[in-house]
Design a protein around this ligand. Sequence first.
Ligand code: HEM
Length: 480
Amino acid sequence: HISHQIHQRQVSQAKGCKDAQSKAPVKDRFIGLDFIYDCLFTKPIEKYLDYTYKTFQQLGSTYVCQRWTWEATYTCDSRNIKHILASGFAEFKLPRLRVNAMMGLLGSGIFTLNGHSWSHARAVLRPCFAKQNKEDMVSMLETHFQALLRRIPLGGETVDVQPLFFWLTMDFATHFLMGHSTHVLDRASSHAKEKQFVDDYLTCSTEIVRKMQLGPLQIFSFNFGAMRARSRVFKYIDDFISVSLDKEGENDDATNSGLNVLQGLAALTTDRKQLRDQILHILVASRDTTACLLSNLFFVLSRKPHVYERLRQEVLSVAGTEPATSNQLNSMEYLKWCVQESLRLHPVIPTNAREASKDTILPYGGGKDGNSPLLIKKGSLVMYNTYAMHRDTEVFGPDAEEFVPERWNGLRPGWGYLPFNGGPRICIGQKFALLETHYLVSRMVQTFETIKTNKDTEWVELYALATTCKDGVNVSLKRA
Ligand code: HEM
């Protein structure tokens, strides 16, 4: 340990590190009894994200929370985030706490892998996404969009569209991943098994979030219900895999278009556990995130009739009332701005973390002015916060807390805007997610002349694997 401390001092001196500009106040800096007490007995803060944002405003864009047993650095400084994700990528890895929480429930896939196993998994997945045919994807989406429409009342009665978006993205994700859809939206073809799967999947994701919130205390938590749900989720995916592999070569829409990711993966490995783990991880990555984005966006649109109207006029002027092609979607500037603005104000992955895999530095956050490097000890955590970063008035203007799609006209925030992460671990499905979202939003605004809500509540987050609206998206949609 002494040699390690000497090494830390050498790194610190060589890089010109200084003491942290700011430290979070902690009550028990030795054992962290206050942290344990809060985890076990204090109700989670309702507007946690706003709380983190205000903390940065008070303590500065990078601060340290130090205890004898545990040390974490919090940052919303884009220069530090760029360092963690890109220039210093090799010196950081996924935190053990996240890996353990996710692995216990979802197996080992791209979201839990580090180093060579991660680069291998990524290399295997990349061609599956590169092969996608956009027009086939759009026609697959249309089938599920029609199922969504059948769930929206014709008379304009209020409906919570958030669960509908979650079902839609589950139906679509299972379709493109495995060649067969869960069809939970479709009342006629929906089966108990599918519903059970969707419930079990939710139980598992909720448990992952609970474990992550417990941090180091997660080793003491065991949830039998979640374990049973996990077994059923595994069985459900395994059955899908068996059917899909047995059907190999048969004429299937998803297979022909190169969209069926499972077929792509199965060509590379026949290890069914590996296939299941990878599929489950992409399901988590793709399904919840897109559903949250749609929900957050429609929450805001229902409160901004002028934005909805401008968006609708753009879509109608480019594509009329017919489903848009991917080229047409690409030319819809205002549509892209609305989606970008939603991801800015309500990023679906608003906070994230990395663990230092060796003694290293963050370029900013040290010294009285925060302009000197800061030592990050091996094993300690860096929590980065895009929710706060996306509210930087120097980058986004004085109205940064408002939803204003027009601000994107000519705006290039670079590393100041990271809804899909950056660097080597950037979201592999970004283009896919944007095409999916642009298409569904364009179809919604074509179909409905107005969207209204009789609630004037503000957006409050539901903090899950991806972040969405706590009170749902209760709206009344008037058909054109
Ligand atoms: C609005 C939609 C989406 C958002 C905001 C989003 C955001 C993100 C973010 C922030 C990460 C980085 C996580 C981390 O490294 O800790 C990520 C990773 C990833 N995303 Fe997405 N994502 C979206 C949709 C999708 C879709 C549709 C797919 C697949 C079809 C997908 C596949 C992945 C995969 C496989 C990774 C892991 C990449 C790696 O670790 O190398 N995502 N995404």
